[in-house]
Design a protein around this ligand. Structure first.
Ligand code: FAD
Length: 452
């Protein structure tokens, strides 16, 4: 064993959880995240057994000069993790709901869908994003722009306290009062400053939720985008409406009208009674030719199902941009729809922000002033497909030029992008100061490191 290998081999005795090192059976797959197309090359993967095991791991890493990269599920996989020890937190899967105080304590491996399910049993909910399988940790530590954000602010605004292992390997509970700088950095700064083992998040009542998906053939994009402008212009903060161009695959498991369809799609969630939600979406009723409509009263836990996003790992490329204006973005979508399909992309989506996003000062995420978000994704089964998707993403972003805010939402950063694309200069400088103060030897590394 060389001196270089010794600290890595020592992981096997330093922790109680499973350790996989290059050459071990299963290492190649374990090294990849949910976005399996990202060729991550960590030195080892450690599945920590519990919070004490996490502390033991950090103490060992600090002593041996190893770098730790928490990656609960890997929707945000990047090669910034190369050479680090990837930390999987799946065993930290406890969800405890305190309905009286409307607080949930969730382990760092808990997916958003599991939190929604547990909170929903008490008529409570959480401002989760579109996917039920991203973790509460990965989502909120990066800010988290999703459903209900227009009335609650980003996901990070719901975090009340964090249980962390700091760079000295000490388990601590931090909040805006206890260690305010570290807490500020972790709430939206991406997890570059400590290893989080659990989160306490605020819940809120969801006595009635209305929402679902409406689908038309893509040739109705012009009319749907007009209705989208009307619906969002007058939307109360309880309503979130997203509009997408989509290319559905020809899979037999999809409902018949969607198979292979080039479509224009509206996804909506309203925190309120069904009749109110239906009335708020009235502009869309006037558009003929709906082929699919799942709108209705929803249990709070169904929030993560509205967009029916794939939950199994897949190779994909995505891109996110904050936008200054709807009109210019809608013009780009109309041009794309006129071409017939967004293939090789799966979707080009506009999300309405505004409301509480602009007011809630939520840690490093800060307020989000931009009124719309562009999110795009394509599946990349091979190098040729990846090149086609990347070129299409570039082309659409270029066409959006006049309405690009010049800032990207942190949780939507893609491999190859830098953290400086997501934060104003003064926020990034503060994140770097907190990094130097709390992790001076670089024991932790996020998927978009603040010192990059
Ligand atoms: C299909 C899909 C849908 C999405 N929808 C939305 C959406 O609606 N809104 C939105 O905002 N984003 C969305 N995203 C982006 C997603 O929220 C981020 O990529 C998020 O980080 C992924 O969560 P994860 O559990 O997969 O995190 P991972 O990719 O596993 O980790 C991401 C980063 O989080 C940090 N981190 C995670 N756990 C810890 C921990 N315990 N301690 C310290 N740091 C930690 C690390 O820095 C890590 O690199 C979506 C992504 C996909 C692929």
């Amino acid at each position: 064993m060389t001196g270089n290998e010794r600290p890595i081999e020592g992981l096997r005795t330093a922790v109680r959880g499973r350790v996989l090192i290059e050459g071990d059976a299963g290492f190649e797959r374990a090294a990849l995240g949910w976005s399996v197309g990202v060729p991550q090359r960590p030195r080892a993967v450690v599945e920590i057994a519990d919070a004490e095991d996490a502390a033991a791991l950090v103490r060992y890493a600090a002593a041996e000069g190893l770098t730790l990269a928490a990656q609960p599920s890997g929707h945000g996989a990047t090669t910034a993790l190369d050479g680090a020890v990837v930390v999987r937190t799946g065993a930290l899967n406890a969800v405890e709901i305190d309905p009286e105080n409307r607080v949930a304590r969730v382990g760092a491996g808990v997916p958003c869908g599991a939190l929604l399910e547990a909170a929903g049993a008490y008529g409570l909910t959480f401002p989760a994003g579109s996917s039920p399988v991203v973790t509460v940790a990965g989502y909120t530590l990066g800010g988290g722009l999703g459903w209900y954000g227009r009335s609650r602010g980003p996901g990070s605004a719901s975090v009340r306290a964090l249980e962390v292992v700091d760079a000295d390997g000490v388990l601590r509970r931090i909040s805006a009062v206890a260690e305010p700088d570290l807490f500020w950095a972790l709430c939206g700064g991406g997890g570059d400053h400590a290893l989080v083992t659990a989160l306490e998040v605020e819940l809120f009542p969801a006595p009635e939720v209305y929402g679902g998906r409406l689908v038309w053939p893509a040739h109705q994009a012009f009319a749907v985008l007009e209705a989208y402008a009307k619906a969002t212009a007058g939307a109360p903060e309880e309503l979130s409406v997203w509009c997408s161009l989509m290319q559905f695959p020809p899979f037999p498991e999809l409902p018949e009208p969607l198979r292979g369809l080039s479509a224009v799609v509206v996804d909506a969630a309203h925190l309120g009674p069904a009749e109110e939600g239906r009335a708020l979406l009235a502009a869309f009723e006037a558009v003929d030719g709906v082929v699919f409509d799942t709108r209705g009263a929803l249990p709070p836990a169904a929030l993560g199902m509205i967009c029916a996003e794939p939950t199994d790992p897949m190779p994909s490329l995505h891109r996110g941009e904050l936008l200054t204006d709807l009109d210019g973005a809608a013009a780009v979508l109309r041009d794309l729809a006129a071409a017939g399909t967004v293939h090789p992309l799966v979707f080009v989506q506009l999300r309405h922000l505004g409301g509480a996003y602009t007011r809630v000062d939520s840690g490093a995420c800060g307020p989000v002033a931009e009124p719309f978000l562009l999110s795009m994704m394509g599946v990349t089964p091979g190098a040729e497909a990846a090149a086609g998707v990347a070129a299409t993403l570039d082309r659409i972003v270029a066409a959006m030029g006049p309405v690009l805010a010049g800032r990207k939402p942190y949780t939507f950063l893609a491999g190859g992008e830098r953290v400086s694309a997501a934060f104003p200069a003064e926020t990034l400088e503060r994140l770097r100061e907190v990094k130097r103060a709390y992790d001076p030897h670089g024991t932790f590394r996020s998927n978009f490191p603040v010192l990059d």
